[in-house]
Design a protein around this ligand. Structure first.
Ligand SMILES: *Cc1c(COP(=O)(O)O)cnc(C)c1O
Length: 229
């Protein structure tokens, strides 16, 4: 078995164990393999091991790989910062965009989504720890943005995504994820169709699953360390 296959399996085992611990079904959490900066060959290895959902952060790099791999069974999620001049590429090539945090970007994605594709699935990125340098909308502004996104014809709002402040302590990690889960549950009262809570990465997936994550985004634990970009 390749190293990558072993790391993919041990990430899945961490997810399963965290689900058991939390009294949740193992299939209630989707593993998103974050392949940013990694070559198409590494993605194909993960595909051979059964992985289907991939997350990417850099638009042009991602589109090059999506086009080269050209496998309609894969699901591509954009999770990086969005510049407005890149929305067309996102609308044309991705299945999901998880990092929407302003209406201008959402409107462009809806306008630019090709009509032969299903609506683009969207998560709103929330700045859960109120870090000024971080992407994401504030909790206060979230309900308005969510309402506006649901009114756009070629988008389908599915949930929330966050990258909380990097802390080592398990209880502190849980406290941050709990804030996002509370916001998610509040939003579901107006938008019951929301089903995706994307939170948790290689270092904190256990805390995220304990607080209700339905999707964890795992990079280094699967593909190894990244070169600085
Ligand atoms: C890079 C990245 C990840 C993966 O992080 P790891 O610590 O490598 O697992 C998850 N989410 C986002 C938004 C990222 O940019």
């Amino acid at each position: 078995m390749s190293d990558l296959t072993v790391r993919l399996q041990s990430s899945q085992q961490r997810i399963n164990a965290a689900c058991t611990e939390a009294g949740r079904e193992a299939d209630s959490v989707t593993l998103l393999a974050v392949s940013k900066t990694k070559p198409a060959a590494a993605i194909l290895e993960a595909v051979a091991a059964g992985q289907r959902c991939f997350g990417e952060n850099y638009v042009q790099e991602a589109v090059d790989k999506i086009v080269a791999i050209a496998n309609p069974q894969l699901e591509w999620h954009f999770i990086g910062p969005i510049q407005s001049n890149k929305t067309r590429l996102l609308a044309e090539h991705f299945d999901w965009v998880q990092s929407v945090d302003r209406i201008k970007i959402a409107k462009r994605l809806s306008e630019q989504r090709p009509s032969h594709l299903t609506p683009l699935k969207i998560c709103i990125q929330v700045n859960i720890s109120d870090e000024p340098q971080k992407a994401g909308i504030s909790l206060e502004a979230l309900p308005d943005l969510a309402q506006q996104v649901t009114e756009l014809p070629n988008l389908q709002l599915r949930g929330l995504m966050a990258i909380p402040a990097d802390v080592d302590d398990y209880q502190a990690q849980r406290a941050q994820f709990k804030r996002l889960n509370t916001a998610f549950i509040n939003l579901q009262q107006h938008h019951p169709e929301l089903d995706t809570l994307s939170m948790g990465m290689s270092g904190d997936l256990e805390a995220a699953i304990a607080e209700g994550a339905t999707m964890v985004r795992i990079g280094t634990a699967i593909f190894g360390a990244r070169a600085p970009k």
